[in-house]
Design a protein around this ligand. Sequence first.
Ligand SMILES: [Fe+2]
Length: 320
Amino acid sequence: MSSRVRDLDDSAPQTSLVLPRMLAAGAAAGAAGLGYAWCEARWFALRHVTVPVLPEGAPDLRVLHLSDLHLTPYQQRKREWIESLRALEPDLVVNTGDNLAHHLSVDPLLDAFGPLAEVPGVFVLGSNDYFSPTPRNPLRYLSPGGRRYTKSKALPWQYLVDRLSDAGWTELTNRHAELTVKGVRIAFAGVDDPHLEYDDLRAVSGPADRDADLRVAVTHAPYLRVLDQFARDGYDVTFAGHTHGGQLCLPVKGALVTNCDLEPARAKGLHRHPAASAPGDPGSSWLHVSAGAGTSPYAVARFCCRPEATLVRLTRKPHR
Ligand SMILES: [Fe+2]
């Protein structure tokens, strides 16, 4: 009897410590995860992709795809990384928007681009070029469909457009354009940000120029209505950003959300659109989604999704 009572008394303090220890371990793991995610958001990467879209006889083109820089004037490390991209000597730059995260970012951005802005380039704007970021719960990023923030202070988007245009890049806001790069005639179409429903598809719909050597479409957010339209109209490849690659991803599984109606499996990288189509299928095209290089300054965290730029090598289509 006395032994049994002693046993029960001995176990009581151990049981009472289990929950606090579990909570402490959980808090430590959470803090470590947040610390890692904060570091990963500064661990910039260059991804390489090859897209076979050029006609016989055309030279390969090196396209630097930039997106979602979300630059603030005090992000010196990011500015230096952007400057380092000049060494890639691309033939063409495609910028799919969300450049800004501060009303004083335009000049530092152009300084960081430097000679890159003198390379032939095209661009569209994203919601974060129009409106200042605001504090928010970063876990809201994981809510399906995302949110639209249009009540915050306006950013100097027109000054951004003017600076990029003056430098020589071509704006593709709900319009067509044409550039010849290394002798390759490229027909472009672009839309204003579909996430804000600023896209005017009627302004750019219609068959893509079949006489051009290449047809390229550009959008900030890869909403399906936009991708469907460009694929139907015969664009060979669409460039997009916005998704941040899911930003907070799971190992192996990858992205959980895209902040639009694109499915998470295509949150970043090179895919077909429609997803199940193959090269040569009527009404299908390539889709390249950049995971982007930044985050909101109020949610500086990435997990299993490094910030990136992509060097896209456009090469000849295979013989049939
Ligand atoms: Fe973004």
